[in-house]
Design a protein around this ligand. Structure first.
Ligand SMILES: [Zn+2]
Length: 102
């Protein structure tokens, strides 16, 4: 129960908080772009079983590997890709919180 709450809380509320704090004038667009970071969870479809609440995504799925995470951090540097990068980093942080709670 707590895990489910933490999972969705982080994945949806964390980008919202960041959008409201740092992108006040256009927080809706910022929030929407950062939510797109959730899309990297498609790599879960490659794994069996697709969803396993007791598995840590970090380091297990190809889009959650340390190489991919490094790439997400680099995406935060250029202004153009910053929001996408931020969304992806927030996603990884949320997944990491999940792992920590296991
Ligand atoms: Zn994930």
């Amino acid at each position: 129960m707590l895990q489910t709450f933490a999972h969705y809380g982080c994945h949806f509320l964390l980008p919202l908080v960041v959008a409201l704090l740092f992108f006040k004038s256009n927080w809706k667009i910022a929030y929407f772009i950062m939510l797109a970071g959730l899309l990297i969870d498609v790599d879960h479809l490659l794994a069996t079983p697709i969803f396993n609440p007791n598995r840590c995504s970090i380091g297990f799925h190809p889009l959650h590997s340390s190489f991919a995470i490094l790439f997400y951090f680099f995406l935060c540097i250029p202004k153009k890709s910053r929001l996408v990068g931020l969304g992806l980093v927030i996603h990884i942080v949320s997944d990491a919180v999940d792992c920590a709670l296991m």
